[in-house]
Design a protein around this ligand. Structure first.
Ligand SMILES: [Zn+2]
Length: 54
């Protein structure tokens, strides 16, 4: 059985065992469908994690 999560950038399902890319932010590891989504996430993480503290 394959476990999937959602790419926080585009919402596509991501295979947790074989993600297209990963990044660590705010003590969490995020999984992405592709390196381009990771790059977009890293350009402005707060936009995707919804944790700006405001
Ligand atoms: Zn994506």
């Amino acid at each position: 059985m394959t476990t999937t999560t959602e790419c926080p950038v585009c919402g596509m399902p991501v295979d947790e065992q074989n993600p297209g890319a990963t990044a660590s932010f705010d003590a969490q590891t995020y999984l992405f469908c592709s390196e381009s989504c990771r790059d977009e996430f890293l350009a402005d993480p707060g936009r995707f994690v919804g944790n700006t503290g405001s």
